[in-house]
Design a protein around this ligand. Structure first.
Ligand code: CP
Ligand code: NVA
Length: 302
């Protein structure tokens, strides 16, 4: 019922979300009343443009209502526990979409809620982003199995969900991060375990040029995620060789596409000439968040 991690989805469940989104994107008129009378709560502890607005728009386009909750407008700001809040909110609404500083918070929310809880990003996962990105790749390649995706940068929340999502769908994923910034072992091990079933190849290396070789998709994310601001100086130093620039793109397949979950820090993890190039699919990637949020909402409320 909850979607806190890619681990909450089965492999067929993930694949069907991707297939269902085709119809939702092409025939939005069919889905206009699907959330009529339903109320979704948006509990965001961190800023968001894509996740919040794509969810709110999806809810409105499906005929439902979204209510903004944050610490300043609820008793959460005065110390009411997340567990107690979850119990009460479950008596009013139909679903909670939450962006949290700590993954434990969304776990506690889910443990105490009797309505579905959807993770709109935590410090360790970003499942809605990656489900949508897999759909974007599928839209272009008409398959996922055997597609070569390279992620260059921080082994962060986006990277963790990417590891699980690629392993589940047979995408061959190479991650190149500086030493000390590779994704956590627990996600790498889980991805390797899943890949035994799907045949996906998972590689975690340090050399960005080597990682980019023959890639169908090159993906990056910020070097300094929300909540890591105090590490900025060290990170800018450690990641300077891990920029998605023209030189790195040269290593990839001629038809390779550029992905970024956004927001981008132009001139740091990605250069203007790459994000604005013909190879870039970042705006389509952002648009697909809207279509996929609809699929996720409809599935969660079934
Ligand atoms: N990619 C993404 O989740 O963006 P926001 O932080 O704007 O929601
Ligand atoms: N890794 C980034 C993703 C933002 C959508 C962060 O957590 O800030």
């Amino acid at each position: 019922m909850h979607l806190l991690s890619m681990n909450d989805l089965s492999i067929p469940g993930l694949k069907s979300l991707i297939l269902e989104t085709e119809d939702i994107k092409k025939r939005p008129g069919k889905y206009l009343d699907r959330l009529k009378g339903k109320v979704m709560l948006m509990l965001f502890e961190k800023p968001s443009t894509r996740t919040r607005i794509s969810f709110e728009t999806a809810i409105l386009q499906l005929g439902g209502n979204a209510i903004d909750l944050n610490e300043n407008v609820t008793q959460l700001g005065r110390g009411e526990t997340i567990g107690d809040s979850a119990r009460v909110l479950s008596r009013y609404a139909d679903c909670i979409i939450a962006r949290v500083r700590k993954h434990e918070t969304i776990r506690e929310l889910a443990q105490n809620a009797t309505i579905p809880v959807i993770n709109g990003l935590s410090d360790i996962e970003h499942p809605c982003q990656i489900i949508s990105d897999l759909y974007t790749i599928y839209e272009i390649k008409e398959k996922l199995d055997g597609v070569r995706l390279t992620y260059i940068g921080d082994g962060n929340n986006v990277c963790n969900s990417l590891l699980l999502g690629c392993a589940m769908t047979g995408v061959n994923l190479t991650v190149a991060s500086p030493k000390g910034y590779s994704p956590a072992d627990v996600f790498v091990r889980k991805a390797e375990e899943i890949s035994k079933e799907t045949g996906s190849e998972i590689r975690i290396i340090n050399d960005p040029g080597e990682a980019a070789k023959d890639a169908d998709f090159l993906y990056t994310d910020v070097w300094v995620s929300m909540g890591r601001e105090s590490e900025e100086a060290d990170r800018l130093n450690a990641f300077s060789r891990y920029q998605l620039n023209k030189e790195i793109v040269e290593f990839a397949d001629e038809d390779c596409k550029i992905m970024h979950c956004l927001p981008a820090h132009r001139g740091l993890e990605i250069t203007n000439d790459v994000i604005d190039s013909e190879k870039s699919i970042v705006w389509d990637q952002a648009e697909n968040r809207l279509h996929m949020q609809k699929t996720i909402l409809l599935r969660s409320l079934k």
